[in-house]
Design a protein around this ligand. Structure first.
Ligand SMILES: Nc1ncnc2c1ncn2[C@@H]1O[C@H](COP(=O)(O)OP(=O)(O)OP(=O)(O)O)[C@@H](O)[C@H]1O
Length: 310
């Protein structure tokens, strides 16, 4: 879907993005991480041509975007930023309808789309459509920002720290909504985040920049199990990196299904993360959990020692 090919961009003689090459596959979520100033936003902004590379190419479905008119390109891309940028004097409905109206959709189609999107992002249309942005909480405004970006069915969603300014619980809920929406729509997402847990939770792949250079790209489990450098390991938690690994491994991968469950109590689903299993063990004061793999009709036992590998 998006391929960065030796992309470089400097500001005042300093390279903000330095010879970056990687691809974001269609229908996937790629989390772009790295410390502050590593070039994440600049890379993202080059995709919708808010910036242009000094050298290298960005291909959108195989076509070099340098040859596409920015307005045409941006119609195919939804863009969500932390400061949202909702128009304060427009209702929620009108804000969401911005691009469909620009595209000349007829009124009935626009209204139906606004209601559908409000439902999709977890806001009741009857209550929220006619409100103004300042009548919504920060988290609700972020939801409207996501709805607006999705309004014209973009092929690609660019998100720059979209949930940076909300409390942890709201953030978690927004992440879950985004994951569900992405699964349903199949939209390709390139997400900039500082938050390691957000990257792990949402990213099908993680790409890490350091001083403008790509230092590692891969599936979260692969990056966490084999960080390419000391910097990557430090970014993903340093000595606590192993705990993040528990977030990307499933109970089913470590469960002994060869015998009937040896432990009592409510079984934990095989699809739960090892982190959830560890939390249950600590909360219940047990070293073994019964496991239910409903998809394959299997039951087994997860032992505390299995968390370090079988
Ligand atoms: N328009 C600009 N003019 C001059 N320098 C810029 C401009 N945009 C970005 N930079 C510089 O480029 C480098 C990368 O910035 P960028 O915003 O891409 O980093 P980032 O990884 O997104 O950072 P953060 O996580 O803090 O948002 C920084 O040194 C920044 O100061």
């Amino acid at each position: 879907m998006i391929r960065f090919d030796a992309v470089t961009k400097s500001f005042g003689g300093r390279k903000a993005v330095d010879d970056v090459s990687f691809a974001v596959e269609p229908g996937t979520v790629c989390a772009l991480v790295g410390t502050s100033g590593s070039g994440k936003s600049t890379l993202l902004r080059m995709v919708n041509r808010l910036e242009n590379p000094d050298s290298g190419r960005i291909l959108f479905d195989g076509v070099d975007i340098a040859g596409l008119a920015p307005v045409e390109l941006r119609r195919r891309i939804g863009y969500v930023i932390q400061s949202i940028g909702l128009f304060p004097h427009w209702t929620v409905a009108r804000n969401i309808a911005t691009v469909p109206r620009l595209l000349g959709w007829e009124r009935g189609r626009v209204e139906a789309r606004v209601s559908e999107l409000l439902d999709l992002v977890g806001l009741e249309p009857e209550i929220h459509a006619q409100r103004y942005p300042d009548q919504l909480s920060g988290g609700q405004q972020q939801r409207v920002g996501v709805a607006r970006a999705l309004a014209a069915d973009p092929e690609l969603l660019l998100m720059d720290e979209p949930f940076g300014a909300v409390d942890p619980l709201t953030r978690r809920s927004l992440q879950e909504s985004l994951a569900a929406i992405q699964k349903r729509t199949g939209t390709t997402v390139l997400l900039v985040t500082h938050d390691v847990e957000e990257a792990i939770r949402l990213g099908g792949t993680i790409a890490m920049l350091e001083h403008g250079r790509l230092v590692q790209a891969g599936a979260p489990a692969a990056v966490l199990a084999h960080p390419a450098s000391e910097q990557v390991a430090r970014f993903f938690g340093g000595p606590l990196l192993g705990l993040h690994l528990l977030q990307v491994l499933n109970v089913g991968e470590r469960t002994d299904f060869s015998a009937a469950p040896a432990a009592d109590g409510e079984p934990i689903p095989a699809g739960a993360t090892l982190e959830e299993a560890l939390a249950r063990m600590i909360a219940d004061g047990v070293a073994h959990l019964p496991v239910l793999d409903a998809a394959n009709g299997r039951r087994g036992t997860l032992n505390l020692t299995d968390l370090v590998g079988r």
